[in-house]
Ligand binder design. Structure first.
Ligand code: ADP
Length: 692
C-alpha cells in the first residue's frame, strides 16, 4: 500500500517538474497527456531545443568569411610568389586542401566562400592576362571550372558531414542536460515524498489518498487505528464498495449517506471540503463502535487539470460532539426549569446586584421586572432585618463550600407582607461572587401545616378531656367497690372481683390512650412553638435515678441495671421533667423491644464538659438507615421484632430529640441488626463544674 502511494506521488510530482520545465520552453510547448488514466512522458525530441544566439551567428559568419578569404588568398599568394603556375599546371588542387580544411573546421559556408575566392583570385592573379577575370585559353577555363565544381562538391560533402557531427554532439548535450534535470527532479520528488510520508505517519488525523475511481492508494496509520483495522486485514476491506458498507456513514441526525455523498466521492467530483465546507459524519469502526468524524479533502489534478485522485482527511470529534450534546442537554434542563416558573430563579452577586431572574421570582416578591432590574435595586431589600445575620452565614457557606443547602427563610414583599420560602443557592463565579439561587414559595404548605397542627392540638385537647373523666369514673367505681359493706355473698364477691379486674384493665388502656394523646399534644406544641422549658440547675444523677425507679416500679418483672459515675452530683441546666420524659422514652422503648428475660442497662457518665446518659438493650437492633430515621416524626420500623405490645405513634424519639436539642445537647444511637441498641443523649455540664 505504501509503495503504491509512493509511486503515485513520485509519478505526479515528477510529472509536475517536467511540466514546469517544459512550460518554460514555450517554443516546443510539449505537454503531458493522459492515456487511460496514466501520465505519459513526452519524447526527448520535444524537449529543450537549443536556441542559437543571433549575435554569435553573425560573428561566426564574419570569422568564416575572413578565414575563407585569407586561406584562399594565402594559397594564391604562395603560387604567385613561387611562380608555381604554370610550372605545376594542376596547382589549383592546393586550394582544395584549404576548402576541405575549412569545410571540416568551419562548415559549408566557409568552404564554399573559400572555393569562390580561390576561383576568382586564381583567375585574377595567376591566369594571364593578369588582374582581369578574362581567360583566353579554353583549357584554362575548363580546369578552373572543374576546380570550382570539385571545390563546391567537397565543401558540400564535408559541410554536410560536419553538420551531422555537430547535430549529434548537440543531441548528446541535450540528452545529458535532460537526464540531469530528470535526476534532480526525481531526487526532489523523493525528498518531498519522504516528507509527506513522515507528516502523514505522524498525523493523528486519518488520511486516505484515492485514485480517480475512489479506490484507496494510501492510508496512514491513524486511519487504521481509528477504524480498528487489523494490520493483516483483508485488502478487499479497502475497496470502495466494501468500505461504503462497513463504514455505514450517517449524518449527525443518523440518516444513512448515499454512496455518491461519501467524502471521497464528493472530492472526486471536484469539491474542496475545507473551511466551512468540512462535514461531520458518523461512521462505524471495524469493532462496531460509532464515532463522529469531521471530514475535509481535495481533489488531485494532473497538469491538464483533470482529476486523477483525491485526498480525504478526517479527525475524531466524538468527544466534542458528546460534550456539545451534554451542554445542550444541561442547558435545556436548566432552561425548562427556569421557564417552568415553578421556582423563582435568580442570578445575583453577593453585593446585592441582580443580573437575571425569571417571572416567578418577580411574582413571588411582588415587584415588576423593571423595578428589579433598576441599577439602584438591591436584593437585600427582600431580607427582613432579623434575618441579616443568618443571611451572612449563608453567604459565607456559599463562598466557602460553593453551595448553600435548602433552608427556609422569610422574604419581604414589595407590599410589606412576608412570604415563607425554601431557598437553595450555588456559587456560579467565585471571582465575581455570582450566585444562582432558587426559591420556592411555601406559603401554602405553611398554612396547611399550621391548620393541621391547630387541628391536631384541638383534637388532642378534645380527646384528653373525656379521657380524664373516664379515668375519674373508673377510679370512682373502684373506690365504691372498696367501700361496699362486707361480708358479701360468695356470688357477689366473685362478681365484684371480675368487675374490679375489668376496671383495672380499662385503666391500663386509658393510660395508653392518654399517653398517645399526650404525645400528640406534645408534637403539636413543638410545631406551634408552644414548647417551653423551665431551665434550672439540676443534678442529673437524681433525674436518672428517679426515672429508672419509676420504670422499675411500672415493670416489676424486668431487670434494669443502673450504672452511675463516682460523682454524686452531675450538675446540668435542665428542665428535670423534660429530661426525665426523654429518658423514660428511651427506657420504655428498650423494655418494649428487648426480650423480657434480658436486662436493660442505664449508664450515666461524665466526659469532659458533658454528661452522657445511655440506655442499652438486647433487642432486634437497627440498620444504619433505620438509625437515621427513628428520629423522624411518625416513623416506625416496619420489621419483625419492632412491634411492641402497645404500639405507639412513632413520636417518642422525635420528642426526646427536640427536648435534648433545646437543652443544647445531642442524641444518637449505636446499633446493628440482631445485636441490640444503645440510645444515648448528652447534656452540657452546668458552668463546666460538676458540683451542684
Ligand atoms: P414508638 O412510640 O413507636 O416507640 P418512638 O419514636 O419511640 O415511637 O420510636 C420510633 C421507632 O423506633 C419505633 O417504632 C421502633 O420501631 C424503633 N425503636 C425505638 N427504640 C428501639 C429499640 N430500643 N430497639 C429497636 N427499635 C427501636
Amino acid at each position: 500500500m505504501l509503495k503504491a502511494w509512493k509511486s503515485i506521488f513520485a509519478e505526479l510530482l515528477t510529472a509536475d517538474k517536467q511540466t514546469d520545465s517544459l512550460l518554460s520552453h514555450e517554443t516546443a510547448s510539449p505537454r503531458l497527456h493522459s492515456e487511460e488514466g496514466r501520465t505519459v512522458m513526452p519524447t526527448i525530441e520535444h524537449v529543450l531545443p537549443i536556441k542559437s544566439n543571433q549575435m554569435v551567428r553573425v560573428l561566426r559568419y564574419l570569422l568564416d568569411s575572413v578565414l575563407a578569404c585569407a586561406g584562399s588568398l594565402l594559397v594564391t599568394g604562395v603560387i604567385v610568389v613561387f611562380h608555381l603556375y604554370p610550372a605545376i599546371p594542376n596547382i589549383s588542387i592546393v586550394y582544395l586542401l584549404v576548402v576541405l580544411a575549412l569545410a571540416v573546421v568551419r562548415g559549408r559556408y566557409a568552404a564554399i566562400l573559400a572555393s569562390l575566392v580561390a576561383f576568382l583570385s586564381f583567375d585574377f592573379f595567376i591566369v594571364p592576362p593578369f588582374f582581369t577575370f578574362v581567360m583566353y585559353r579554353i583549357e584554362e577555363w575548363i580546369a578552373l571550372a572543374v576546380f570550382l565544381v570539385g571545390a563546391l562538391l567537397t565543401s558540400q560533402l564535408a559541410g554536410a558531414l560536419r553538420e551531422r557531427a555537430e547535430q549529434a554532439y548537440r543531441r548528446e548535450r541535450e540528452t545529458r542536460q535532460l537526464s540531469e534535470v530528470v535526476r534532480a527532479t526525481s531526487r526532489e520528488a523523493q525528498a518531498r515524498t519522504a516528507e509527506l510520508e513522515a507528516i502523514f505517519e505522524a498525523m493523528i488525523e486519518t488520511v486516505i489518498v484515492s485514485d480517480a475511481r475512489g479506490e484507496i492508494r494510501y492510508t496512514n496509520p491513524a486511519y487504521r487505528t481509528t477504524l480498528a483495522l487489523e494490520e493483516d486485514a483483508d485488502p478487499s476491506l479497502l475497496l470502495l464498495d466494501t468500505r461504503f458498507e462497513w463504514l455505514a456513514l450517517r449524518d449527525t441526525e443518523g440518516r444513512l449517506l448515499p454512496k455518491e455523498h461519501m467524502p471521497v466521492m464528493r472530492v472526486l467530483q471536484g469539491e474542496r471540503l475545507s473551511g466551512t465546507h468540512t462535514i461531520d459524519l458518523v461512521c462505524r469502526t471495524r469493532k462496531g463502535e460509532d464515532i463522529i468524524h469531521n471530514f475535509s479533502g481535495a481533489p488531485i489534478r494532473d497538469a491538464a487539470g483533470q482529476i486523477v485522485g483525491g485526498v480525504v482527511v478526517s479527525r475524531d470529534v466524538t468527544g466534542q460532539y458528546r460534550l456539545k450534546q451534554q451542554l445542550q442537554y444541561s442547558e435545556h434542563k436548566l432552561r425548562s426549569l427556569v421557564e417552568s416558573n415553578i421556582f423563582g430563579v435568580v442570578v445575583v452577586d453577593l453585593d446585592g446586584r441582580m443580573y437575571e431572574f425569571n417571572d416567578r421570582y418577580a411574582q413571588i416578591l411582588g415587584y415588576s421586572r423593571d423595578e428589579l432590574l433598576a441599577q439602584t435595586f438591591n436584593w437585600l431589600h427582600f431580607v427582613p432585618p432579623e434575618d441579616h445575620e443568618a443571611l451572612g452565614q449563608a453567604m459565607a457557606t456559599v463562598l466557602s463550600t460553593g453551595a448553600a443547602p435548602p433552608y427556609e427563610r422569610g422574604y419581604l414583599r414589595k407590599d410589606g407582607s412576608r412570604v415563607p420560602a425554601l431557598v437553595a443557592a450555588t456559587l456560579l463565579d467565585q471571582e465575581r461572587r455570582l450566585v444562582l439561587a432558587v426559591i420556592l414559595d411555601i406559603s401554602e404548605q405553611k398554612a396547611a401545616e399550621r391548620r393541621k397542627q391547630e387541628f391536631l392540638s384541638m383534637v388532642s385537647h378534645e380527646l384528653r378531656t373525656p379521657l380524664t373523666s373516664i379515668m375519674g369514673f373508673i377510679d370512682l367505681a373502684l373506690l365504691c367497690s372498696d367501700l361496699l359493706p362486707r361480708p358479701l355473698s360468695p356470688e357477689a364477691e366473685q362478681l365484684l372481683g371480675k368487675m374490679e379486674t375489668g376496671l383495672k384493665r380499662a385503666i391500663g388502656q386509658v393510660e395508653v390512650e392518654a399517653r398517645l394523646v399526650e404525645e400528640l399534644l406534645e408534637v403539636s406544641r413543638l410545631e406551634l412553638h408552644q414548647f417551653e422549658l423551665s431551665l434550672q440547675r439540676e443534678n442529673l444523677v437524681t433525674i436518672v435515678q428517679e426515672t429508672v425507679a419509676n420504670q422499675q416500679q411500672a415493670a416489676r418483672t424486668r431487670h434494669i441495671e443502673l450504672v452511675l459515675p463516682p460523682d454524686e452530683v452531675v450538675p446540668v441546666l435542665a428542665d428535670a421533667g423534660r429530661i426525665g420524659q426523654a429518658l423514660t422514652n428511651y427506657l420504655t422503648n428498650a423494655l418494649k423491644y428487648a426480650p423480657i428475660d434480658q436486662p436493660v442497662w442505664v449508664h450515666l457518665e461524665v466526659a469532659g464538659s458533658s454528661a452522657r446518659v445511655s440506655v442499652r438493650d438486647q433487642g432486634p437492633g437497627l440498620t444504619a438507615e433505620q438509625q437515621q430515621r427513628v428520629w423522624e416524626r411518625f416513623y416506625q420500623v416496619a420489621a419483625p421484632g419492632h412491634h411492641g405490645p402497645d404500639r405507639g405513634l412513632g413520636l417518642g424519639l422525635a420528642i426526646a430529640k427536640t427536648i435534648i436539642e433545646q437543652h443544647q445537647g445531642q442524641v444518637g444511637v449505636e446499633s446493628a441488626p440482631g445485636r441490640g441498641s444503645t440510645f444515648w443523649f448528652s447534656l452540657p455540664l452546668a458552668d463546666g463544674s460538676n458540683q451542684a
